[in-house]
Design a protein around this ligand. Structure first.
Ligand SMILES: Cc1ncc(COP(=O)(O)O)c(C=O)c1O
Length: 370
């Protein structure tokens, strides 16, 4: 494995130091929970090894209400990140090929690269409203293709596939005898009703998600993958056992107790998302130097500067952080030009979001060559 650090992680807010950022619009999740704000009873918890697939009650909760799925189709992992690693390292060798919808969350690209697999990219463009070209995707399948990798709702753009296109991609995987990995880490943050878990639609689809983004619990490091394919599950379990045997019992227990009460927390999370989104939408409509494709999911958007040729990206990002205390995710985190930027609008409180957006406008004032 040829590991290389990813810009999105190397330059992440936690690596920069949270205390060095006043207005953090670089996160892709809702506000992080503080432990004291969750009602928990943990005194009787045995700090033992636990079920290798993960706490059964938690796995049951994850697939509850999803047709065709039961707890045996769910494997708990250390965040969605390790689920992605388990899948890539179980399915790929350096002789294999995969198709990645691009841009994408960096791990979905970097792990296959570290393995040495060949990759065909299906590029999403602003001009095409970030929608993938399904015919090009089908054409990209080769004899040694193992899977198609998509993130949906999409990071960094917030694009939602039409249900028809999701079904088409799954059909392609079935017909070609390959898999489709649907990174659904933002599924519960769809602005309309979420689609069914992709894994519930076909044994060729693998779903991945976690409690990080929608619930603001990224520090729990609790995620999962879902597949109805028993042979695949056996492989993924073998990988999990070799990497970390089990999840942390503490993380599992906190996630279980939180999800059992999720409706209690969800109402205020949703209200916060909506209030902040309205502010973002108003601001961007009035900000004549930017344009965007309005997102359909996630808590991010990926606008771009209209006059890219006259835009001094280095000056902009430097001023934005140093003078205005504001951080966004620059395009290069996603292998895109830096006149694109990811803005996360639901991690900060309303006031901080307003100040961060004002900071972006102020930095834009000073970042064009005259
Ligand atoms: C699309 C996507 N997948 C997976 C992850 C990893 O999330 P976690 O490991 O915290 O669940 C992220 C984090 O940003 C993401 O954006």
């Amino acid at each position: 494995m040829m590991y290389k650090r990813m810009a999105i992680e190397k330059e992440s807010p936690e690596e920069m130091g949270y205390s060095n950022i006043r207005y953090n619009l670089a996160e892709s999740s809702v506000t992080d929970f503080i432990l004291k704000d969750i009602s928990l009873g943990l005194q009787d918890l045995s700090l033992c090894y636990t079920d290798h697939r993960g706490k059964p009650e938690l796995r049951e909760l994850i697939c509850a209400g999803h047709k065709n799925l039961d707890k045996n189709d769910v494997l708990l992992t250390v965040g969605a990140a390790s689920a992605l690693f388990i899948i890539a390292s179980s399915l790929l060798t350096s002789a294999d090929h995969l198709i990645v919808v691009h841009p994408n969350y960096a791990t979905n690209i970097e792990t296959p690269r570290a393995i040495g697999s060949a990759i065909s990219y299906i590029s999403l463009s602003f001009e095409n409203a970030w929608q993938p070209d399904i015919a090009a995707l089908e054409k990209a399948v080769q004899a040694n293709t193992k899977y198609i990798s998509i993130t949906h709702p999409h990071n960094p753009t917030g694009m939602m596939l039409s249900r028809e296109n999701l079904d088409k991609i799954i059909r392609i995987a079935e017909q070609k005898g390959i898999y489709v990995l649907v990174d659904e880490t933002y599924r519960e943050l769809s602005l309309t009703s979420p689609y069914p878990l992709a894994a519930s639609l076909s044994s060729h689809a693998i779903s991945v998600s976690s409690v990080s983004k929608a619930y603001g619990l990224p520090g729990l490091r609790l995620g999962w993958l879902v597949t109805k394919n028993e042979e695949l599950m056996e492989k993924f379990l073998a990988a999990k056992e070799q990497i970390f045997i089990t999840n942390s019992v503490l993380d599992e227990e906190i996630a279980l107790q939180f999800l059992l009460e999720k409706e209690r927390y969800w109402k205020s999370i949703k209200a916060h998302i909506q209030t902040n989104f309205s502010l973002l939408e108003k601001w961007i409509q009035a900000e004549s130097r930017l344009e965007w494709i309005k997102p359909g999911g996630g808590v991010v958007c990926f606008p771009r500067v209209k006059d890219a040729a006259n835009f001094n990206t280095e000056r902009f990002y430097d001023l934005l952080l140093r003078q205005y205390g504001t951080m966004v995710g620059p395009g290069h985190w996603f292998e895109m030009p830096d006149h694109y930027m990811r803005m996360g609008y639901a991690w900060p409180g309303y006031e901080d979001l307003a100040k961060g957006l004002a900071g972006i406008s102020a930095a834009l004032d000073k970042s064009f060559y005259s």
